[in-house]
Design a protein around this ligand. Structure first.
Ligand code: THU
Length: 139
């Protein structure tokens, strides 16, 4: 059962975006030169971060969001409260890919906040998992 939806205070949101920006510094992206960072906030306050990890066999690339989510899961923590992703420019920030949206649906609520911000600086756009993937496939 997925639960734990909450309102995230603005300073916490900003901290999460900042954590994602720090994680993006570790992006392994020699093929695209497109760094992405992600951070997930858990209901206990814990933050897990991720970056994209590319491969010469392009399809093996791991997206930043799925790295962050997998880190939380592999630490035994599934109580997601929010996710931030940073990438791209203020004009064209990195919206999560379709695969990552489906993975968010797996572990987060449709009301869970998702913050999308440019890589370097700038305010995040606020949306939700449900808005990013309406009518999602669910068993
Ligand atoms: N990427 C992510 O990390 N997350 C997304 O949601 C979209 C794309 C990465 C994958 C690849 O390393 C680079 O961005 C360019 O597609």
């Amino acid at each position: 059962m997925k639960k734990n939806t909450s309102v995230i205070p603005e300073p916490v949101r900003d901290l999460l975006v900042q954590a994602a920006r720090w994680a993006a510094r570790n992006a392994y992206c020699p093929h695209s030169h497109y760094a992405v960072g992600a951070a997930v906030l858990m209901t206990d306050g814990q933050i897990y971060t991720g970056c994209n990890v590319e491969n010469a066999s392009y399809g093996l690339t791991l997206c930043a969001e799925r790295v962050a989510i997998s880190k939380a899961i592999s630490h035994g923590n599934r109580a997601f409260a929010a996710l931030a992703v940073v990438g791209g420019t203020p004009k064209k920030p990195a919206f999560p890919c379709g695969a990552c949206r489906q993975v968010m649906v797996e572990f987060m609520n449709s009301e869970s906040p998702v913050y999308i911000a440019p890589l370097k600086s700038g305010k995040p756009v606020s949306t939700t998992v449900g808005a990013l993937l309406p009518c999602a496939f669910q068993k």
